[in-house]
Ligand binder design. Structure first.
Ligand SMILES: [Zn+2]
Length: 279
């Protein structure tokens, strides 16, 4: 049952308010933000039912399906639906070229959050440590060992393969706006740059706003309840908790490892026959 030990409490007024804040953070246009919320609320019951069904079929065979997909409390499910619904509006604005690099950076962070919530703590670890930040594969494995609490450590091959999968998901979402290069072993790398102070604080704001919260973790809210699988992800998506974890593991500070994509301007539509290519 969703409304059970996993803390799947019902959506309350403050959850809807928070959902509105997220939609407004993503869309300055009030009508667009409202459409996102209406769409998310309309899908909530069906999404709850789907998650319940999956939990039922997974019961008793968790060992074979680990790492399982995350189980979300109802407010977190609503948050996820807001991120999903937002994508339709985002894509429409991108098709019209009505988008800035700042918008794209926020949407990129949003997509890393969303693909992590859609999968599990392993995806989340790699999305954060190996895509958003430039840590080594072995550092990612150390982080996973801490947050997954007892999960079997992944081989470095698994980390590399899953990271490529994440890059593929980003490419599906952003197409030619993201640029890739080949690095050692022929692996694809996202073309990125180090973040300036202003960009770093935008990323921190976006992470705080776009990751479902408050998913209380032992680090920043010792009194809080671990109400779903989101608590493990909180540790790496919450900038303050992540910085504390990196310090504990004696790894470089996140600020020094933050990398943001160099977005490309998509090619202009082909000029019509007979039109001059040159101005
Ligand atoms: Zn925290």
């Amino acid at each position: 049952m969703l409304d059970g030990a996993r803390g799947g409490h019902r959506v309350e007024g403050h959850d809807v308010e928070r959902a509105f804040d997220v939609a407004r953070f993503l869309h300055a246009d009030e009508r667009a933000a409202t459409a996102v919320i209406v769409g998310a609320l309309a899908r909530l019951e069906a999404a709850r039912g789907e998650q319940q069904k999956r939990a039922y079929y997974q019961a008793g065979r968790e060992e074979t399906v680990r790492p399982y997909k995350l189980r979300l409390s109802t407010p977190h499910l609503l948050h996820k639906l807001v991120l999903e619904e937002s994508e339709r509006v985002e894509r429409a604005s991108e098709r019209e070229g009505d988008v800035t690099d700042r918008d794209l950076l926020i949407r990129y962070i949003k997509h890393l959050v969303l693909l992590s919530i859609r999968h599990n703590a392993f995806y989340a670890t790699l999305a954060v440590t190996r895509v958003l930040y430039d840590y080594r594969t072995r550092d990612a494995m150390d982080v996973y060992a801490v947050i997954a609490d007892g999960e079997v450590l992944k081989e470095s091959y698994d980390c590399r393969a899953r990271r490529q999968r994440i890059l593929g998901l980003l490419e599906e979402r952003f197409g030619a706006r993201l640029q890739f290069v080949r690095a050692c072993r022929g692996e694809r790398q996202l073309l990125t740059e180090e973040a300036e102070a202003g960009t770093a604080s935008l990323v921190a704001n976006a992470l705080e706003m776009l990751f479902p919260s408050p998913a209380a973790c032992a680090r920043c809210a010792p009194q809080g309840a671990h109400d779903d699988d989101m608590a493990a992800l909180h540790t790496i998506f919450h900038p303050r908790c992540f910085a504390a974890l990196m310090q504990e593991l004696r790894l470089p500070s996140p600020l020094s490892r933050l990398r943001v994509p160099l977005f490309a301007t998509p090619a202009a539509p082909c000029p019509q026959i007979g039109a001059s290519v040159h101005a």
